[in-house]
Design a protein. Sequence first.
Length: 125
Amino acid sequence: MAINGGFPIGYQPAQLYYPYAQPVQPQPQQAGMTPPTVHADIVQVDGEQAAMAYPVAAGASQMMISKDETMIFVKTATATGQSSVDVFVKRPPAPPKPEVDMSLYITRDELEKRLADLMNGGGES
């Protein structure tokens, strides 16, 4: 009588059995940490007063920028409902560093020539 899928009653199919421990393959380590991706919605506001009045959910932060793009605001509300606004003012970029006047310096060849002239009793006056 074939009841158990063609096997006799009470027959247990063979379990996969590994008599020896399988070696564990080490996972390759990443070269460095990947910085997290931050997604921020930036809301445009009329100014600092509008940023302070902007509603922010408890425990959340909201970034805002003034319409004239001179200031960025980050309003953070704590779980207790208190809020604070950080204001960042846009400033012009720093001026470039001045070029180095290379005429103030001498080359190694010029130095060696002058030293040789001095050692030979010559020299410039």
